[in-house]
Design a protein around this ligand. Structure first.
Ligand SMILES: *Cc1c(COP(=O)(O)O)cnc(C)c1O
Length: 416
């Protein structure tokens, strides 16, 4: 489609938008009494209006039933996580028994590394992307130390070429090939939080598996943003958070994916808790830990129902829209933002997110070339909620569920 740089055109796109009704399902934050231009769903997704109803339902059942709510609540707490099997499996492209909702992202990353980072002999290295999210570094470094190894010997980074901001797939694949006898694990973020680059996960997984190297993914910035087919790609394990594109509230509950071939292997090392055993025998309190089959066998503790109620309100929306329609609008919306930004002289900023739609989600990372911080502060004053990342990047994420073409247009005007 040929885009035009005008408010009338942006409004026309909004009118034709097949998902335009979904914005009404969310609360839009206000700045100075007016709706903000909220482009920060990559950091914290907006609140679905249905959250309150779902939370109230659980508060009411708790109030009226006490402990009996585990079995007699409208949505019995003992089995609450089952509500998410199908919707989450759809979002990540997995079988229902390959996913479970539990804990927080970094906790889950640690749990999964215990199972899937098994350095042996010469194979001790973890391949990661340069500029990975700090929490992931911390987790991996400590896991390496727990094996009596040194992070500087074991963490191997793929870095961008000189003068480039993002990674080339060929460089990732070549690094895997080069270190095939030393790699225990390839641990990649599906979408990089800083640059917004979406990696060719299928190719990366295939290259690793050719040499029997385990593949794990952090999907914090990918989930609910880009299409995923974890099972078909043969990814071994993955985890994510639900408070970014999944709109499930600050500190919302995380989830994991474990491929069936591992989920059905009770011998795999893991941390254990009573929520990981068969549901039928849980209250018989058996002394020996036998994990239940599937991702659910990684659960430790009983479930945070209040967080999960917010998660349910949000996933009901995803279930209705579907990732396919969401991605379609997302590509269009981000392409429009990119088009508008390119109308401006490029001496003050440049977009470092890849231009090909296969290599990005909805986020564009705008690298400022001078006075970036004061530019960002002025945008904030003008009612834009975006995100500043040191040293010089403004991240903006038009989210297809609730952002409009008009907002994208107004943002580009303000930036100019
Ligand atoms: C957001 C994010 C996190 C945050 O971890 P929490 O445990 O949820 O606080 C970790 N890793 C990546 C890549 C992220 O984008």
């Amino acid at each position: 489609m040929k885009f035009e740089n005008s408010l009338a055109f942006a409004r026309k796109l909004d009118k034709e938008d097949a998902l335009k009704e979904y914005r009404k399902l969310f609360f839009i934050p206000k700045v100075n009494g007016k709706p903000a231009i909220y482009l920060c769903g990559n950091s914290l997704g907006l609140q679905p209006k249905a959250v309150e109803k779902e939370l109230k339902l659980e508060l009411k059942d708790w109030k009226n039933l006490g402990v009996e709510g585990h079995v007699y609540a409208k949505r019995p707490w003992l089995y609450y996580h089952h509500l998410f099997s199908k919707p989450m499996a759809n979002i990540v492209g997995a079988k229902a028994d390959e996913v479970v909702v539990m804990n927080q992202l970094t906790v889950n990353l640690n749990l999964l590394l215990i199972s899937f980072y098994q350095p042996r002999g010469k194979r001790t290295k973890i391949l990661i992307q340069a500029n990975e999210f700090p929490s992931d570094y911390y987790a991996m470094e400590q896991q390496i130390k727990l094996h009596g190894l040194k992070p500087k010997d074991c963490l191997l980074e793929v870095t961008p070429r000189k003068g480039e901001a993002t990674l080339r797939t060929e460089d990732i694949l070549q690094t895997i090939e080069k270190y095939k006898n030393e790699l225990a694990l390839v641990m990649f973020s599906g979408v990089n939080y800083y640059t917004g680059q979406f990696f060719d996960l299928q190719k990366i997984a295939a290259a690793a598996q050719k040499h029997h190297i385990t593949v794990g993914l952090d999907l914090a910035h990918a989930i609910g943003n880009v299409p995923l087919k974890l099972h078909d790609w043969g990814v071994d394990f993955a985890t994510w958070c639900s408070y970014k594109y999944l709109n499930s509230g600050p500190g919302g509950v995380s989830g994991i994916y474990v491929h069936r071939k591992h989920g059905r292997n009770p011998q795999l090392p893991r941390l254990a808790g009573w929520w990981g055993i068969e549901e039928q025998t849980r209250f018989e309190m058996p002394k020996n830990f036998v994990p239940q089959s599937g991702a659910a066998g990684w659960q430790l503790s009983n479930a945070p129902i209040l967080s999960m109620a917010a998660h349910k309100a949000s996933l009901d929306i995803f279930d209705k829209v579907g990732m396919k329609a969401l991605r379609k609008k997302s590509e269009h919306l981000t392409a429009y933002l990119e088009f508008l930004l390119k109308q401006h002289p490029q001496k003050d900023f440049r977009i470092i997110t890849p231009a090909r739609k296969e290599e990005r989600g909805c986020q564009l990372s705008i690298q400022t070339l001078r006075n970036g911080r004061s530019l960002f502060d002025r945008l904030t004053k003008a009612g834009v909620i975006a995100d500043w990342r040191k040293p010089d990047v403004i991240r903006v994420a038009p989210v297809p569920l609730y952002n409009t073409f008009e907002e994208v247009f107004r943002f580009a005007e303000l930036l100019r």
